[in-house]
Ligand binder design. Sequence first.
Ligand SMILES: Nc1ncnc2c1ncn2[C@@H]1O[C@H](COP(=O)(O)OP(=O)(O)OP(=O)(O)O)[C@@H](O)[C@H]1O
Ligand SMILES: [Mg+2]
Length: 351
Amino acid sequence: MLPKLGTNETMPLQMTVGLTYDLKDDYKDAGLDPETIAELDSPATIDGLEAALRQMGFTVVRIGHIKNLTKRLSNGERWDLVFNICEGLHGVAREAQVPALLEAYQIPCTFSDAAGMALMLDKGLTKLVLQNHDISTAPFAVVRAQADIDGVSLPFPLFAKPLAEGTGKGISPLSRIETHQQLREVCTTLLQKFAQPVLVETYLAGREFTVGLLGTGDRTRVIGIMEIAITDTDGLYGYNNKTDWFDHIQYKLLTLETEPALFKSLCTLSVQAWQALNCRDGGRLDIRCDETGQPCLMEINPLAGLCPGFSDLVVLAEMAGMSYQALIENIVNETLHRYNLPQPRQRHEAA
Ligand SMILES: Nc1ncnc2c1ncn2[C@@H]1O[C@H](COP(=O)(O)OP(=O)(O)OP(=O)(O)O)[C@@H](O)[C@H]1O
Ligand SMILES: [Mg+2]
């Protein structure tokens, strides 16, 4: 671990950053289907992160998934900081598992803490917190078992999705629901397929945006806002569109100059939500407008994808003029700031 540094001391020449991730290839022999491992990482992401961290002057150690991490921790290995992008595989707290382990060992770690990660993967609990802070989100119900379906009293059209998934899993044209019969069929299928509750909410018919953020608490700032213009007839940013977005989606930067009122309201909504959920360092929020044009927060991604040239946060940062290198530097510098650790000399302009 780093020695405690006083104000006059400088950063040691080489800080060691451990990299934890869930590489798809590490699970390919486990017999999991492509949709199950869709959220996991490709080699390009790990290569990109390692190169960016080395460029910052760190020594980078590839650790990999949680089982490698536990072995290395119990062997006594330590790192000054861990850059963690493990999505995990099992349970609603799966994104919290690596942060929790690192918290137990008091090793600084990027992004939200274990409690926040577990909360935000549960879209229903997240919406309760948002409602408590008067942050706009669609009315909803959680269907935990088939017996709950007939108790849903929200007006149609509705939208149903798994309570705790990402990468558009479980989202298809069938997710938009017009009748009780459809509600019963879709919820039953989702309950069975994903073995977890279903979130049923008001269908949001308007424009869709994703907002990139950096920082923690008072340091929270918006990187940029990207409109997701879906050219497919289903109009949804679901699993199929996300995995080959080049053919189905147009990304457009929303700016203060082009639509000032909307830009400001999306910034305010996003910063309030980011702070209300104690999000840290960097990530993304997904927003969709209702039929009246009122923006509603759909979900928060405290562990946003970081695949160079592909992931939404990376694409949006680049559209807003922030390179991949600068994005990673900004995230790491936010983590170092939280732990009162010294920052490497900035080679790229800050956000
Ligand atoms: N209430 C809704 N009304 C209309 N469309 C919705 C609604 N909720 C979700 N969608 C559509 O489904 C997409 C995926 O939803 P959501 O962001 O909740 O899922 P996700 O799988 O967690 O996404 P991510 O890949 O960002 O983690 C949205 O981007 C949007 O296009
Ligand atoms: Mg989303």
